[in-house]
Write a protein that binds this ligand. Structure first.
Ligand SMILES: [Zn+2]
Length: 302
């Protein structure tokens, strides 16, 4: 029997929310067994809280947002992915803004801190969701598919393919033997250049810098576009190399597929139970991932 775990000591992060640009400080505290992962908005009157559970998901358009009454927190997927995958079942996350800090676009800083303080075993046993039938969520128009089938152990396979010459078709794999802090956590979020232009027009990615995402460039960019990007991100030396903006080196050849894996590990953690089953995801995204978590959750409450 495996027991629940929590952090051995609190860990703190500060940075900017990707979309709001708000400065945020977030402290992850150890928490009682059976409490799960809970966010508490310390900047709001009465410090209302929201549990990181599938039925609290209210928006998946640019990251996963959860809400319960007045407590709403966005972009929760990377910290939840790191905590849950590294064995933390219970944590209370104090946050003083509506959005989790984006850090470098990955879960590297989170994983490093979790490793540094370690985790402690609690008394209560872990609860599992044993998959006994096939679950499927698909968006045929977009070629999105998330499927879960029975298996003794939890594993996740991700395939991404966006008809992009730059990204190509990439895959990634997780099971209990994969070194999450080294192999998955460092993988950064990514964005296509044409999406950045749209997001900027919408007044989003205020907290973004070219250091917090891999930027994929499908077509050669004009001098005008280049100037706009340089201005937006306060850089003068932006060039395109091999389809990516030149500000970064890929950490893995399939970093994009690995980031999608990081995301789905976080989104499926919103079930609040460890899954015994095999997950296969084609072009997954926060909508498909959290819909799948809700499908499983609905079985729990029956
Ligand atoms: Zn992500």
């Amino acid at each position: 029997m495996t027991k629940q775990r929590t952090l051995a000591a609190p860990i703190t992060f500060s940075g900017k929310g990707l979309h709001t640009g708000a400065l945020v400080t977030m402290t992850v505290h150890p928490a009682q067994e059976g409490s799960g992962i809970v966010f508490r908005r310390t900047d709001l009157k009465g410090s209302p809280s929201v549990a990181a559970l599938a039925h609290n998901v209210c928006d998946t358009s640019r990251g996963t947002t959860i809400k319960d009454g007045k407590a709403k927190v966005s972009t929760i997927e990377h910290i939840v992915s790191a905590l849950w995958t590294m064995g933390v079942d219970n944590a209370l996350i104090d946050i003083d803004a509506p959005e989790v800090p984006i850090m470098d676009g990955s879960a590297r800083a989170y994983a490093a801190e979790i490793l540094r303080v370690g985790t402690t075993e609690q008394e209560a046993p872990r609860e599992y969701f044993e998959v006994t039938e096939e679950f499927l969520f698909e968006i045929p128009k977009k070629g999105v598919e998330v499927r879960i089938t029975p298996a003794e152990e939890y594993s996740v396979d991700v395939v991404v393919d966006y008809n992009s010459k730059v990204v190509g078709r990439q895959s990634s794999h997780y099971d209990g033997s994969v070194d999450y802090p080294a192999e998955i956590a460092p993988c950064r979020t990514f964005v296509f250049l044409h999406e950045i232009e749209l997001l900027l027009k919408l007044g989003l990615i205020k907290g973004g810098s070219v250091e917090s995402a891999i930027v994929v460039v499908e077509k050669p960019i004009s001098d005008g576009t280049k100037r706009r990007i340089c201005k937006t991100f306060g850089r003068e030396d932006i060039e395109v190399e091999k389809g990516y903006l030149n500000h970064l080196q890929l950490r893995f050849e399939n970093e994009i597929a690995r980031h999608k894996l990081l995301d789905i590990l976080g989104d499926l953690a919103l079930l609040g139970r460890r899954i015994k089953g095999r997950v296969e995801a084609l072009r997954p995204g926060h909508l498909a991932n959290t819909q799948m978590a809700q499908q499983l959750e609905a079985k729990l409450t029956k």
